[in-house]
Design a protein around this ligand. Structure first.
Ligand code: BTN
Length: 257
C-alpha cells in the first residue's frame, strides 16, 4: 500500500512537483532518471515498496524486503556551479539525519562519510546520487522496520529505525519529515551551497577517527579523518604527515582517537 492520500496532498504541489508510487520497480533511481530525461520539474519523487534491482554506491546492489523501508528517489534540477553538485548527497544525508532523529529517541544519529546514516552506530540508510546532464537523482534507501524479516548475512551489521529504538516507526511519517526537511535544506543550499557543511561536520561519525578508505582507482589510504573539503571530499592525514583528499571510496572506521 502506498502513502496515504492526505500525506500526498500535503506534499504535492507544496513541496514536491509530483510523487509517483509503485508497488514494484527495478530501481527508483532508474525510474527517476527516466523521469529526468522526460524533463519533469523539480522536485519529482519516485517511491516504491520493492525494488528488483536496487542500486547501492560503488556498483553494489541494495536489498530491502517489501513493506520494511523507504525507497525514494528525488529528481532535482539545481542551477548551481557544477563543482557544488557533488555536495547534494551530503546535503540529503544531513536532511535524512535531521528527519529521522525525532523518531530515534535516545539513539545517536550520525553520518558515516559520505552519507551512510548510522543509528546507534549501525547503518540504517544509504544514499546514492547520480548526475544526468542538468538533473541530479538522489536515491535514499532507509530501513524503517525490519523487525519481522530475516536479514541476509551480508546485512548482519545493519539496522532499521524500529530496531534501533525498540519500537514501531511509521514509514509515512518518516517520509513526511524527510521531504519537509529536505525541501527546506535544498532551498537554503541553492542560495549558499557550502553553508550546510558545518552541520554535516557536526553530524559526522567519521571525523576524528582513524579510517581506512578503499578506493576504486587509487591505492587505499589509512589515517586520521580530519576535515571535509568544500567539495565534500574527506581529508585524511596519513601517519607520514601527508594530507590526502578522497572524493569517493568506502570508509572503514578503525578506532576512535
Ligand atoms: C548505499 O550503497 O549506501 C546507497 C544505497 C541507496 C539505495 C537507494 S534505495 C532507493 C534508491 N533506488 C536505488 O536503486 N537506490 C537508491
Amino acid at each position: 500500500m502506498g502513502p496515504p492520500e492526505a500525506l500526498v496532498r500535503s506534499l504535492v504541489p507544496a513541496v514536491l512537483s509530483d510523487l509517483e508510487w509503485h508497488d514494484e520497480v527495478s530501481s527508483t533511481n532508474a525510474l527517476a532518471a527516466e523521469a529526468a530525461r522526460r524533463g519533469v520539474p523539480e522536485v519529482h519523487a519516485v517511491l516504491a515498496d520493492r525494488q528488483t534491482a536496487g542500486r547501492g554506491r560503488l556498483g553494489r546492489s541494495w536489498h530491502a524486503p517489501a513493506g520494511t523501508s523507504l525507497l525514494l528517489s528525488l529528481v532535482v534540477r539545481p542551477e548551481v556551479p557544477v563543482p557544488v553538485l557533488s555536495l547534494l548527497p551530503l546535503l540529503a544525508g544531513v536532511a535524512l539525519a535531521e528527519a529521522v532523529e525525532p523518531f530515534c529517541s535516545g539513539a545517536t544519529v550520525g553520518l558515516k562519510w559520505p552519507n551512510d546514516l548510522l543509528v546507534g552506530g549501525r547503518k540504517a540508510a544509504g544514499i546514492l546520487g547520480e548526475e544526468l546532464g542538468g538533473a541530479v537523482v538522489i536515491g535514499i534507501g532507509c530501513n524503517v522496520d525490519w523487525r519481522a524479516v530475516e536479514r541476509p548475512p551480508e546485512l548482519a551489521g545493519a539496522t532499521s529505525l524500529a530496531e534501533a529504538v525498540g519500537g514501531t516507526v511509521d514509514r509515512w511519517r518518516v517520509l513526511a519529515a524527510l521531504v519537509g526537511v529536505f525541501g527546506n535544506r535544498y532551498r537554503a543550499w541553492k542560495a549558499e551551497p557550502g553553508a550546510f557543511l558545518d552541520d554535516y561536520q557536526a553530524r559526522s561519525a567519521t571525523l576524528g577517527r582513524q579510517v581506512r578508505i578503499t578506493r576504486h582507482s587509487a591505492p587505499a589510504v589509512e589515517g586520521l579523518a580530519c576535515a571535509i573539503g568544500p567539495d565534500g571530499s574527506l581529508v585524511v592525514r596519513t601517519p607520514d604527515g601527508a594530507t590526502v583528499r578522497c572524493s569517493a571510496g568506502d570508509v572503514e572506521h578503525l578506532r576512535p582517537l
